[in-house]
Ligand binder design. Sequence first.
Ligand code: SAH
Ligand code: SF4
Length: 355
Amino acid sequence: MEKKIELIGLSKEELAAFIADIGEKPFRAKQLWQWLYYHGETDFDKMSNLSKDFRAKLQQHCTITRPKIITEQISADKTHKWLLEFPDGQRIETVYIPEEDRGAVCISTQVGCAVGCKFCHTGSQKITRNLTAGEIVGQFMVARDVYHEWPSPHDETRYLSNIVVMGMGEPLHNMDNVIKALKILTDGEGIAISKRRITLSTSGIAPNIVPMIQATGVKLAISLHAPNNEKRSQIMPINKRYPLEEVLRACHEYQQLDGSHFVTFEYLMLKDFNDSLEDAHELMDLMRKFKINAKFNLIAFNPWPGCAYEPSSRNKIIAFSKELQKKRFAAPIRVPRGQDILAACGQLKSKKAQE
Ligand code: SAH
Ligand code: SF4
């Protein structure tokens, strides 16, 4: 029996080519795209403006698959976490982080992660495989199903207003699929999330930073976490391959390209490791040296079972933030969300690996 084609994850061009292949007119591809990504429809029979014949062909040749929800948890602060499973049995987590009248869906890009940062639960899991474009887009579509946000809302008050590519995995280790997924998510005739409402976070795969931004136009966040190579290499082994200088040179280039002309850095506050005022000064010197307009998000470390690090005290974080602000660097302190259900940054791990 011929293998059916999964429609979710095909690019617009691939969908058009497929429609031509089965002998249908080009406008059919556009209609189908809208059913898939504007209406979020999963049932061919409900695609009412498509002819019966065309629907029968689609039934025969194609599938529309969503990742399967294995478990879902809602934390005290309303953060919503799903454990999702793909047809091959691999599992990842996706999180929805609500705010007043909007919210961000945090999506994963790999099962596990090869970068192996010492403070990260995902990183303790090793890499199993990359997610496909369809699996990346599918996570957002599941969240929309759950929050009943189909058809794609056009106003700014939608709940699922933003996307952060900050879940499990290193997005710049899965370039092709992530680029393809972001193109689908931002397409104006479908899901239509503006690229300015998408932030991609990377541990600093230096040569891929500028190409990713050129291909997608999304915003970038760099996981910096240390003010020098010695410390950074201790907690992020990737730093030996792509040291700070290379990462910051790429950031400088990104800064020239991006309309906002600044770079956001995530800085994890680890007790007695990177949280002193000297660390803050070294960090600022680094930014001056590489001519970077930096904004720092100071992140409280979220512990997980078996991790070796401890979070900095609240006072230390405040003092660090003030020191940066004295020199006019924005340095907001990020409140962890969903900690009680292990949904916060760095706590995600597939259940299988946890068992
Ligand atoms: N791989 C990418 C994106 C996923 S991680 C990256 O590393 O940037 C998203 C963010 O969570 C990163 O800034 C990461 O450093 C941070 N993070 C990882 N473990 C954490 C933990 N235990 N507590 C708080 N933040 C953590
Ligand atoms: Fe991978 Fe990011 Fe976790 Fe590091 S922090 S191990 S890059 S997911």
